[in-house]
Design a protein around this ligand. Structure first.
Ligand SMILES: *Cc1c(COP(=O)(O)O)cnc(C)c1O
Length: 431
């Protein structure tokens, strides 16, 4: 009667009849903005929309400066370069993140060192950060992953103790707050992505936030072929150019974005606070519903997270409460009931199909010694592995933009799988 959709029954939500919200969101305002750029002829290079966006985003984040850039991978790379990090240096990153967080460290010829994550939030575990510090450590990159935030009090305390830079990877956290300070304004530099799946998007794009005039000047030069910034008030008087620590002019490439992207970002930024509020409300409702179902556990939220922001909605699955049903089958059964995409978390970086650092020494003719030092097989990440293999259930944030009945259907679908789990386990072709 109540047959599971994966076994041929009727789904809880017929997504063809009742589609989930679409992402990205746009209307006439984006069209107008894009056409303004088109007819202006100023399609790139510190155009009026880019200048306006940089100011608006710095104001939104609460940082003194914002510099937009091509994407959220190069922003990490430029942040590391601005901090003077390179060959021989180590940077501590979480083992559970999009591969770019670690790849950016390789891009400056430094060594990523993986720390395990907190099992309650899946964000970098400060205790393991401490254990991974060596004389070569120069920076920590906490990632505010999915719906949670890294414990910034502990990260800042460790960084202070060891004189390390803190670069926040805020690719999932446009507007999230820790003790009323926005992600991206807490560490030395914030790195944002505006890739299509992200909470603020121009298809591609990225931004760097900082309140240090010195870092800002370097970052701006680094994203623009080494040229010194064109605006910046007091910094204008500083002198002849942008210099590295040895007094040399910065050599760099082109990491700029276009004014078309800035036009989209300006409109997206106007919508972001309301969208964040809707997602937060629905996530809280989802959590209250999940709390009533054994075997699924909402993510933990620290009381210091004063503004929660959800790049996705995730929860923790416990197969023991589902007669041992593997997490992967659970996710497939849930997708069939709901008609939306559901996945595990990112692959841990010690065994990630896209993170293959051993290709770099060969391509760039670097030493074998370097390869040994960046071998990801040497990392031990038990929590990351357990979360990825056994626990993580992640929805894209678009489901959090549906109405309350959508949240109820998710809970209902989980309940339906739980009720019918015995039947599912008897079907080897499904499991
Ligand atoms: C998306 C993402 C990035 C990289 O951003 P791109 O704009 O896609 O280059 C970096 N870190 C994390 C955690 C991300 O999710």
């Amino acid at each position: 009667m109540n047959k599971l959709a994966i076994a041929g029954g009727l789904p809880v939500r017929d997504a063809a009849q009742n589609p989930w919200p679409k992402w990205p969101v746009w209307d006439q305002a984006e069209e107008t903005g894009l056409l303004q750029v088109l007819s202006s002829g100023v399609w790139s290079y510190n155009g009026p929309k880019e200048v306006e966006f940089n100011q608006a985003y710095a104001d939104f984040i609460g940082s003194k400066y914002c510099i937009s850039a091509a994407n959220g991978t190069v922003t990490l790379q430029l942040a590391l370069e601005a901090c003077g990090i390179g060959l021989g240096d180590e940077v501590i990153v979480p083992g559970l993140t999009w591969q770019a967080t670690a790849a950016a460290v390789l891009d400056v010829n430094a060594r990523p060192v993986f720390a395990d994550v907190d099992r309650r939030t899946w964000c970098i575990d400060p205790q393991d950060v401490r254990a991974k510090i060596s004389p070569a450590t120069k920076a920590i990159i906490p990632v505010h992953l999915y719906g949670c935030m890294a414990d910034m009090d502990s990260i800042l305390a460790i960084a202070k103790e060891h004189a390390l830079f803190v670069i926040e990877d805020c690719a999932h956290k446009h507007g999230g707050e820790w003790k009323e300070q926005k992600a991206g304004a807490i560490g030395d530099i914030g790195s944002f992505s505006f890739q299509l799946s992200k909470l603020l998007t121009a298809g591609e794009g990225g931004a760097l936030t900082t309140s240090s005039a010195e870092l800002w000047e370097k970052l701006d030069a680094l994203r623009n072929c080494g040229r010194r910034p064109e605006q910046g008030g007091e910094e204008q008087d500083k002198g002849a150019g942008v210099y590295d620590d040895d007094g040399n002019f910065i050599q760099s490439g082109n990491y700029r974005l276009t004014d078309f992207q800035a036009a989209l970002l300006l409109e997206g930024l106007r919508r972001l606070p309301q969208q964040n509020a809707l997602r937060e409300e629905n996530a809280a409702y989802m959590n209250s519903l999940l709390q009533q179902i054994p075997g699924v556990e909402p993510m933990f939220h620290d009381a210091r997270e004063t503004q929660k922001v959800f790049f996705n909605y995730s929860f923790r699955y416990n197969s023991a409460e589902f007669d041992g049903l593997p997490a992967d089958t659970f996710r497939r059964a849930l997708m069939a009931e709901l008609g939306c995409h559901i996945e595990s978390c990112y692959e841990p970086l010690n065994d990630c199909s896209l993170y293959r650092p051993h290709t770099k020494p060969a391509r760039h003719k670097l030493s074998e010694d370097y390869w040994r030092q960046i071998d990801p097989d040497t990392a031990r990440l038990p929590v990351c592995e357990k979360v990825f293999k056994e626990q993580a259930v992640c929805f894209h944030h678009l489901v959090l933009m549906a109405d309350k009945s959508g949240m109820e259907q998710i809970a209902q679908a989980i309940g339906k799988i739980r009720t019918n789990v015995a039947e599912l386990i008897l079907q080897p072709e499904v499991v």
